[in-house]
Write a protein that binds this ligand. Structure first.
Ligand code: SF4
Ligand code: SF4
Length: 427
């Protein structure tokens, strides 16, 4: 039998059940797949999965990624048992780690003590300052959740539980990148941040079908501008202090490594999703009947992960790229993005272009030079954070040249325009 690639499974112990009702949530509608279910992972499913998952992994660390819905709604005893089972089946020389994505509104001292005691890394969903966050992150009565999330974060800090922030980028916060970033950095004290674009299909099924998106979705241009604005601030002052997932992943690729995020990898298929009843799906974003691989009670996990349909699902990401992507100058990092967002046609009429293409192209072109500079620093065994000083020196030199430039000189910034039409236009 062929060795399986390293793979991860997102675990949905309560399926799509959540105490909130965020308007853009792609998962709440999945409850319709199980009309009579109580949405609680049984101990039998938990143990069966834990045993097989640990046995199938070859890496020294086995990661359990708990998601929802809201996974803490399973209650304490479930997670206590999950940790016991992990210890029962862990192989010598292997470490088990847990991550848990939460809206943070259910947390209390007892949860935090548990997370701290068992080294859970939490991901907290927070979309920026109050107005941007509350635009879509509401409870079932439509009430805002910002204060409850902040209380949850304060508890995590008090108990010294490690957490990162997951911020979705959508119509309500895309226009305020620096307000969002500075809030997370300065008021929340976040050191690890993910910016996830909302591209939400506008259909009745909740599946990845149809080409219309909701008004809550971010456009490609907005997403690109959002990332560029934050990158420009980050690269001039925060490298080495604040870790923004997409910047880190990009740096790895500029260093010649494989993208550490499925969205930008050449192929996918190694990030699956397990529903509460043992049904395994190709990906968290494709929990749909046609992407169901089988159930753990009937087929071993390794067979499902290595199955032909799942390998095809992963390879299709590369094999269905339109020509525009295959010939694109930033394909080496973009790889066409996530298949769930490939709902546009190219200029030549080919399907499969990413809805966010304009943003990806602009962002990856924009960061090319600083990424090359940081990659070079790392190759010379310098910390990449030195770029902050290099760029500050460049900026100071540019300002001196600008101060000396004559109206009809070429602009010192290198735009190719006359000074009077560029940086000198305000003189
Ligand atoms: S479909 Fe998208 S989210 Fe799922 S594994 Fe592939 S790239 Fe990742
Ligand atoms: S930037 Fe656009 S054209 Fe280039 S690889 Fe990405 S999605 Fe394809």
């Amino acid at each position: 039998m062929l060795a399986l690639p390293a793979f991860q499974v997102m675990l949905k112990p309560r399926g799509a059940i959540c105490n909130l009702d965020c308007s853009y949530c792609y998962f709440l509608s999945k409850a319709r797949l199980y009309p009579d279910s109580a949405f609680r992972m049984s101990e039998a499913v938990l143990e069966n999965f834990t045993r097989q998952y640990i046995a199938a992994q070859t890496a020294p660390e086995v990661m359990f990624a708990w998601q929802g819905g809201e996974p803490t709604l399973m209650g304490f005893d479930f997670f206590r048992r999950a940790v016991e089972l992990q210890q029962k089946y862990v192989k010598p020389g292997t470490r088990v780690a847990n991550t848990l994505q939460t809206n943070a509104t259910t947390l209390d001292d007892a949860w935090c003590e548990f997370f701290r005691a068992h080294d859970f890394l939490l991901g907290v969903s927070l979309d920026g300052p109050r107005a941007q966050h509350d635009a879509y992150r509401v409870d079932p009565r439509g009430a805002p959740t910002f204060d409850r999330v902040r209380r949850g974060i304060e508890l995590l800090e008090r108990h010294r539980v490690e957490f990162n922030i997951l911020t979705t980028v959508h119509a309500a916060n895309a226009a305020s990148p620096l307000a969002v970033y500075r809030f997370l950095r300065d008021e929340i004290g976040a050191r690890f941040i993910q910016f996830i674009p909302i591209v939400e299909r506008d259909n009745a099924t909740g599946f990845q079908e149809g080409a219309r998106v909701t008004a809550r979705s971010v456009t490609g241009k907005q997403y690109g501008d959002f990332l560029i604005a934050i990158f420009d601030e980050w690269v001039r002052r925060d490298v080495g202090r604040v870790f923004v997932q997409i910047f880190d992943v990009a740096l790895g690729v500029w260093l010649g490594q494989r993208a550490a995020l499925c969205v930008f990898a050449e192929t996918c298929g190694d990030a699956l999703a397990l529903e509460h009843n043992g049904d395994l799906f190709a990906c968290d974003h494709f929990v749909e009947p046609r992407f169901k691989l089988g159930n753990l009670a009937d087929t071993p996990l390794a067979a499902l992960v290595g199955s032909a349909p799942q390998r095809k699902f992963g390879a299709d990401k590369r094999d269905t790229l339109p020509r525009a992507c295959r010939e694109c100058s930033v394909r080496f990092i973009c790889n066409g993005g996530c298949p769930k967002d490939r709902l546009r046609v190219t200029r030549d009429g080919e399907p499969g272009l990413n809805y966010l293409c304009d943003g990806f192209k602009a962002f990856f072109a924009h960061i090319d030079r600083p990424m090359k500079m940081m990659a070079e620093l790392i190759r010379r065994e310098h910390p990449p954070a030195e770029i902050v000083f290099v760029l500050a020196r460049e900026q100071a030199a540019l300002e001196q040249e600008i101060a000396r430039a004559g109206r009809n000189d070429p602009c010192p910034c290198g735009s190719g325009k006359k000074f009077k039409q560029c940086h000198g236009s305000h003189r």
